[in-house]
Ligand binder design. Sequence first.
Ligand code: BES
Ligand code: MN
Ligand code: ZN
Length: 490
Amino acid sequence: MFPSIALSLDTHNGEDVSVLAVAYDCVALFLCEEEGLPLWAQRALPAQLGLDFKATFITQVMGYTAAGLRLLLVGLGKKESLTEDRLRQAAGIAGRLLSDYEKPGIFIAKNLTIALGDSVTVKVVTEGALLGSYVFDRYKSDKKTAAWKGLALLVPGATSEVVLPQIRHGEVLAHATWISRTLANMPANELTPIAFVAYARKILAELPVGVEVIDREKALSMGMGSFLSVGQGSSQPAYIVMLRYSPQAKETALGLVGKGVTFDSGGISIKPGKGMKDMKADMTGAASVLATVWGAASLGVQKNILGILALTENMPSGNALRPGDVITAMNGKTIEIVNTDAEGRLILADALTLACREEASPIIDMATLTGACGVALGDLACGVLGNNQPLIDALVRIGESSGERVWQLPLYEGYLDAMKSDIADIANANETGKGGTCTAAKFLEQFIDDRPWAHVDIASMMMSEKTSGYAVKGMSGVGARLLLGYVLSM
Ligand code: BES
Ligand code: MN
Ligand code: ZN
């Protein structure tokens, strides 16, 4: 499923470079601006290198030792600015460069673990290194095969009982993001809703996760008029997938609901051509929910999770939903369609009703819901809105440490006014062009009964414009590490 990069732990302290040179061809080393090279590296490298390298944030230089070992120095910037995510970014650079070597290692000096804490440092470096080395070359005839087969984490004096689980955590967090990135990068002609279902079954096959698929007929009998309306213009059938991971017999499950529009053309309210191709990634929410369930089950987390993937395509055709149509959602509410491009909320409406009927609590939905989210926040944060402050606070906190930042936006009552309909209970969009992320979340709230709920709008961070740190140009797979981080923190 993944390129197998065997991760290992080495407790060598680096003092004797000739010993290191036997086991490794390239070892990465992180440096803060105020710190010189560790003594052993100073001795092993040409003198001027240590002086020339300023260690500004995510700069790097390669040095060659007399013993034949390459030392890759990666800058962390100022010591006082060092955070978990800045280390992850630096590790991303290291991982990307080290994948070109056959026997690479990453040296984690004691001062790093002192600065950031023993329990996170190795996890974060592993995670960042794997994330940065991600390559999507599925459709390239000329594939760049990574040279590395393994990666060693060099942690002087570490005990394996403590550090191996951290390596494993970092690995699963990165692999979860790989899953989400790969699904989001796959074109919509290959990743149709049914192909998404097949992929989910495949990656969950060996894990204790129940996969229940609701097809059109079943959805119709359950009254999912809102969900089904979006896919009616497409020749690709729509599906709702319920993933059940229940290690604890009697506990309530955390509900994770993901928007899985495998292609969003806008439908009859068709989008302009420019950038439309990126709407192949309008299923990133569902991908990150799937990746989270995969990750939780892979790690054997003792928390029940109900994952709901709402998979469909939004296409124009003679059968497509029209502006002006009125549909009935599973909870009985009627919706007047104002804009068929506001389709995400239509599929989430019924998926959220389903999560409530299943008694999941709390519920977190994740969706590439509004372009307005990127207008508000740029690509530095996702939006989070909801009815439960402790839940939102937890997501903001995990967002900060994971680097998948979320910023709270308001959910005032007044946002509902914008979606009044003359003929139905509610309209699916407001045409004022104001507060798009907030009004969309307000719409979703109408489909939640009294239970803690948070909505994460990931549209702003769906894509990485360029390769930098652990980000790789293309679809970001955002959300998987945020949700998995939340599950691990519960
Ligand atoms: N999938 C889009 C939102 C989106 C835009 C995601 C850009 C990622 C990048 C969503 O379905 C959409 O089209 N939203 C509309 C809502 C509007 C019609 C009320 C939008 O944002 O314009
Ligand atoms: Mn849309
Ligand atoms: Zn969409």
